[in-house]
Ligand binder design. Structure first.
Ligand SMILES: *Cc1c(COP(=O)(O)O)cnc(C)c1O
Length: 216
């Protein structure tokens, strides 16, 4: 069985979505998975994302998973399917504006800081609860949360960080998205921790190296 098939078989019982993280990998590698049926790919750099979008089949769903600067939203707003890495309200405002300019809606995940380690990106969960007003952003589809666990061998710690995010999801859903039927995704799990993520309730895993091989 191919690696893709093996992973899809693991995700099937929980109907977890696979985002194939193709950053740094050439078009041929992407097409090889495409030919096996994979349609959702994730990239973390705007320039690379745009180049791949322009040169690969149009029915690929592109997900932006890396840190995004406000001034670069305009390059991806006309095609990006989902942005996983929304970590501040100013960025959310720009995404909303650029979605409107392109007469479309963009799905977003709110990235929340769950790692114990000093991580640069992600909302502080308390701040997000207080400051978010979803009604201010009519052109984005709030689709759920994204989190990244601490980079560690300690899988108990990783599991606890995932649990924290799932609890937070229930809280924020109750406060801000109780009437939403789109706010349901939890994007957690990468090559090293996706099995734990699935056990803890991930609905979307972002897997790169396990599918494509190591990046240099
Ligand atoms: C690179 C990356 C991944 C995939 O990492 P692997 O360990 O190669 O599976 C997932 N999420 C984000 C945000 C990334 O930048």
């Amino acid at each position: 069985m191919s690696k893709l098939k093996t992973i899809l078989a693991e995700l099937a019982p929980t109907a977890t979505t696979l985002v194939a993280v193709s950053k740094t990998k050439p078009n041929e590698a992407i097409l090889s998975l495409y030919d096996q049926g994979q349609r959702i790919f994730g990239e973390n750099r705007v320039q690379e994302l745009v180049q791949k979008y322009e040169s690969l089949p149009r029915d690929i769903e592109w997900h932006m998973i890396g840190h995004l600067q406000k001034n670069k939203v305009k390059y991806i707003a006309h095609f990006v399917e989902m942005i996983h890495s929304v970590d501040n309200l100013a960025l959310l405002k720009v995404i909303d504006k650029k979605a409107a300019d392109n007469e479309r809606k963009i799905k977003v995940l709110l990235q929340v800081k769950i790692a114990e380690e000093e991580s640069k990106y992600g909302f502080d969960s308390n701040t997000l609860m207080e400051d978010l007003n979803p009604g201010d952003f009519p052109n984005v589809i709030f689709s759920g949360l994204m989190g990244m666990a601490t980079f560690t061998e300690d899988m108990d710690q990783v599991r606890n960080e995932f649990k924290k995010l799932l609890v937070f999801k229930e809280n924020i859903k109750e406060k801000h998205f109780s009437k939403s039927d789109t706010f349901k995704e939890v994007s957690i799990g990468m090559s090293g921790d996706y099995k734990i993520a699935i056990e803890e309730g991930s609905t979307m895993v972002r897997i790169g190296s396990l599918l494509f091989g190591r990046r240099d």
